[in-house]
Design a protein around this ligand. Structure first.
Ligand SMILES: [Zn+2]
Length: 332
């Protein structure tokens, strides 16, 4: 074999080149391994997918979960939460969720077909990804006898609109903090800190709200749907008569006539309703009796002024105080 110095140099170049390629491939391998680890870490840091049936629960979940949760809502705040028709996109949200937060009782009867369609067994009743916020809440209006939905009532296990009492919001936020910590213990400290911050702010606001409502204790208002008893109890106000003859049954002429008589007799200053009910009946009753109509937020984000839990309560208290300041209709 001819030993040509040029050929030898070429051989060395070739061998050096092969070595460099191997070194390059090894480096590439190391970089790839490193990138895989980084990707895995990023995946581990991905926020938890949380689905809340109502915007109020979503707001509390965001407040407590902070940057570690990605929260979506099923029921738009401007719709009656009893009667929601979930969309295919809602099925996808539930399918991908690690946690489903709901009101329990019979508020969201639409939750069952949604859960079935999504087939995410982690969120089924009693499973780790389910949080029924009614647990631990002292319920109002629990029937003393078994009642059937056939009678028209849609509050058959007790009144399900409990989140409007800020004292109950403490229980709910605590339950959300506990559940997030159980599902995602790596961020428990953050959840506990966010929870404590919220509870501190809520306590400050509760004192303010109580002080503003103090002059009106025991005064009476009339409602449209029976969704205010928890707020009324907190506010120290009375509400026993509603335009709906039964929860879920629209106002009948007979009921409207009764309510108008009742309001005149008791000099009731206002009819209270959520924004998602038509105002026609309340407006007519208010006109006939000299009362006013008070629109309150039943859920966070129902109105721009009710953008989160605290602002919703702030708004509701302000609306109530405004109507009560006006006093009873002239002429009684
Ligand atoms: Zn209801």
């Amino acid at each position: 074999m001819r030993s040509d110095p040029l050929t030898l140099a070429a051989y060395h170049r070739k061998r050096d080149g092969a070595c460099r390629r191997r070194a390059f491939l090894f480096s590439f391998f190391l970089v790839t391994c490193h990138l895989s680890l980084v990707t895995a870490e990023a995946a581990a840091e991905k926020p938890l997918n949380v689905v809340a049936t109502l915007s109020t629960f979503a707001d509390l979940a965001k407040t407590v979960g902070g940057e570690h949760v990605n929260v979506s809502t099923i029921a738009p705040a401007t719709f009656n939460p009893h009667f929601i028709e979930p969309k295919p996109s809602d099925v996808l949200k539930v399918k991908r969720a690690a946690l489903l937060i709901h009101a329990g009782l019979d508020l969201e009867l639409w939750r069952w077909p949604l859960l079935d369609a999504a087939g995410n067994t982690r969120l089924f009743p009693g499973q780790p990804g389910e949080l029924d916020l009614s647990q631990g809440i002292p319920l109002l209006e629990v029937p003393t006898r078994v009642i059937s939905r056939a009678e028209g009532d849609i509050h058959i296990y007790g009144n399900p609109h409990y989140w409007l009492d800020p004292e109950n919001a403490k229980v709910m936020a605590q339950a959300i903090g506990d559940k997030l910590s159980a599902i995602d213990p790596a961020h428990e400290q953050d959840y506990r800190r966010n929870l404590q911050d919220f509870l501190t702010r809520l306590d400050q606001k509760i004192s303010e709200w109580k002080a503003r409502l103090a002059p009106y204790q025991g005064q009476e208002l009339v409602g449209y749907h029976k969704e205010w008893p928890y707020l009324m109890r907190f506010a120290g106000l009375k509400m026993e008569q509603y335009l709906e003859p039964k929860p879920g049954i629209p106002p009948t002429p007979k009921q409207v006539q009764f309510i108008e008589g009742y309001m005149r007799d008791h000099r009731i200053p206002a009819v209270v309703q959520a924004t998602y009910f038509p105002r026609r009946t309340s407006d007519a009753v208010a006109r006939d009796t000299g009362a006013s109509v008070v629109l309150l937020c039943q859920n966070a984000r129902e109105l721009p002024a009710c953008s989160d839990y605290l602002s919703m309560l702030e708004y509701n208290v302000t609306q109530l105080v405004g109507a009560l300041e006006q006093g009873a209709p002239a002429g009684g």
